[in-house]
Structures are given as structure tokens and as C-alpha cells.
Ligand binder design. Structure first.
Ligand SMILES: [Fe+2]
Ligand SMILES: [Fe+2]
Length: 337
């Protein structure tokens, strides 16, 4: 910020960094003539600044604003969450599950279309959601539900991240499939949670995309300044990244805490203190990147946690096999949906 002493006329430049702790009216002695210089600062500079007359937020202030104003990610959290609760309740029936799903007609219709697609080998045979739940079983129905909810949402074009329509969905499917395969190797009980966490791990990108688009030039310049990743640009410019934002968003969608944590730690599982699900999803994301089913420009710069492969007992051969399986899964699923 530039200031000028009205008594002696000398001008000074004070780094904005140093003014962050102050707000309102600030009086400083002129270093030259010692006369008082009065400076008017924005009311609260902690995470706030002005840009072209508009308020520019960063860090926690921006994150809170985004979380408050984000558009609902349609249907995924509510119907899927209610369905999960029904499935977890041992006294509930197929009928109860169908009733929950049928509360959302758009989702119910899509489930019927998918259940009747050649992928499940039952074309023309499934007439209702309840019928689908009996014939396909709860596990498959839940998977279809998750995919039906996510295909529309994750299938959007994300201009901020330079992702064409369907690219994020393919990447999410690849990470969901890889998470499931890895979970089955390390702890079978994690299978479904790993699939769900893998599917939504990059949901933060959906929320953040319009904000990235708004500051696209700044992001470009940041990334071009050396070998910087898009993730480090998010951290450097916004003060948080899409993984951290999604962690908080998961909490407000009432997604179980361990899944939220795996989503939040998918780029760096270190803060999870060795949580297996976090490492599974992190490794799955890396494997999807290695397969070229990436989500954006960061593929070549992706950093894999040094202990991940050892912790999960994965050899280079295992990783090669998983890469083949997920490519196949993504092809088949995108055709069916
Ligand atoms: Fe990510
Ligand atoms: Fe990802």
C-alpha cells in the first residue's frame, strides 16, 4: 500500500503483508519528519482484500463463503445417504430401500434405465426399483444408485479446470474402481466405503470451478512460474485446495466422517495418521493418473506418498494389473450409463 505524509510530502510503500493484522484507521509517525500519517484500512484484513473495488476473499473466509453459497450437489448426498442408512439397518427390507429411492423420481427413472442396460444382462426385465433391488441385490443397487447420482453431477464441463464434459466422471469412476480393487486386497470390509470415497474424492473441483474460472489468469501465471502443480496454485492463491474444501463440504452433507477424511486427504494422506481408507483412495487416485485417466493438467506432477505402495502391499505388477482393470471398468460403465 502506498502512503504519503501530508506534512513533508514524502511517499512510502508498506507491504500489504504487514498491514494484515490491522483494520480501520491506523496512525503512523512519518519516518522522515515524524508528523502523524493517517491510513484508512479495510475493516478486516484477515483473509480480506479489495480487488478492483470488489471484496476479494482468501483462506478460511473464502472457504466459508463458498461452503455457505455452494449450490447443492443435486441428489447425491441426500438420497444416497438415506439409502445407506436403510441398508445399515438390519430390520429394513428391500421395500424400504426402494421407497427411499423412489422419493427422487429423476434418480428412480435413471436407476431403471441403468438396471435394464446390457451391462447388467437384464434388458427389459426390470419394471420397478423394488424389482431391481430384489433381482440385483442391495449391493449392486447401491452401486447403481451412487453412479446414477454422480453421473449427472460429475459429468459436467469444468472450464476452470479445463475439463471437458465427462472427463471428471471418467476419472472419478477410475478412482472408485481402483479404490475398490485395492480395498479388496488390504481389507475387504472397506470395499464399499472405498468405492464411495473414490467416486466423490474430487467433488471439491465441482464447487471450486467457478472460483478458479474467475481467477484463471492468476492460476495460469502461478503454474507457469516454475514446475508448480494446479493443487499448489489452489493452496497459494485461495489458501486451501479442492480436497480440503470437499472435506468440509462432506461434513455439511452428513457424509460419514471416515469417508469425508479419505476425500479430504486424497492428495496427501499424511495427516490421517496411517488411516487405511485414506491411503487406499490416495493410491487409487495416483493409479488413475498413471493410467492417463486423469482430471486435469497435473498428471505428470502427481506426488505419491512414499509409503503408500508398501503400506498397501502393492507391487509394480499389481499396479499394472489395476491399471488394466480400471480402464476396462470405465469403458463399460460409461457405455451403460
Ligand atoms: Fe484431487
Ligand atoms: Fe483425483
Amino acid at each position: 500500500m502506498k502512503i504519503r505524509c501530508t506534512a513533508c510530502g514524502r511517499a512510502y510503500e508498506i507491504p500489504d503483508e504487514r498491514l494484515k493484522a490491522f483494520s480501520g484507521t491506523l496512525t503512523l509517525p512519518c519516518p522522515s519528519c515524524k508528523a502523524p500519517i493517517t491510513v484508512e484500512l479495510p475493516q478486516d484484513t484477515g483473509g480480506h482484500a479489495m480487488e478492483g473495488g470488489r471484496e476479494r476473499l482468501e483462506g478460511d473466509a473464502l472457504k466459508e463463503r463458498i461452503l455457505k453459497t455452494m449450490k447443492d450437489l443435486p441428489a447425491m448426498p441426500q438420497v444416497a445417504q438415506k439409502a445407506r442408512e436403510v441398508v445399515a439397518n438390519p430390520s429394513s427390507s428391500f421395500k424400504d430401500l426402494a421407497m427411499v429411492i423412489e422419493t427422487d423420481q429423476a434418480i428412480a427413472t435413471r436407476i431403471l434405465r441403468i438396471a435394464n442396460s446390457p451391462f447388467y444382462g437384464l434388458s427389459g426385465k426390470i419394471s420397478s426399483v423394488q424389482h431391481a433391488s430384489v433381482i440385483l441385490g442391495t449391493k449392486t443397487l447401491m452401486e447403481i444408485l451412487n453412479l446414477a447420482c454422480s453421473s449427472e453431477i460429475l459429468g459436467q464441463r469444468l472450464p476452470g479446470y479445463d475439463l471437458d464434459a465427462g472427463e471428471l466422471w471418467k476419472h472419478s469412476l477410475a478412482v472408485a474402481a481402483a479404490s475398490r480393487i485395492i480395498a479388496l486386497k488390504v481389507d475387504k470390509a472397506l470395499e464399499q466405503d472405498a468405492f464411495s470415497a473414490g467416486l466423490i474424492h474430487d467433488a471439491g473441483k465441482l464447487i471450486l470451478d467457478p472460483h478458479i474460472l474467475e481467477r484463471k489468469e492468476e492460476f495460469k501465471a502461478f503454474v507457469e512460474r516454475g514446475d508448480k502443480t494446479f493443487l499448489s496454485a489452489e493452496q497459494g492463491i485461495l489458501g486451501f485446495d479442492h480436497a480440503r474444501l470437499a472435506w468440509d463440504a462432506c461434513e455439511s452433507w452428513r457424509i460419514p466422517e471416515h469417508i469425508a477424511r479419505a476425500v479430504g486427504c486424497h492428495h496427501d494422506p499424511t495427516p490421517s495418521n496411517g488411516d487405511l481408507l485414506c491411503f487406499v483412495v490416495h493410491m487409487a487416485d495416483a493409479v488413475a493418473m498413471m493410467s492417463g485417466i486423469g482430471a486435469g493438467l497435473d498428471g505428470l506432477l502427481y506426488t505419491v506418498h512414499p509409503d503408500a505402495a508398501r503400506m498397501l502391499g502393492l507391487t509394480p505388477d499389481d499396479i499394472g494389473e489395476i491399471m488394466g482393470e480400471i480402464a476396462d471398468y470405465v469403458d463399460k460403465t460409461t457405455q451403460a450409463y
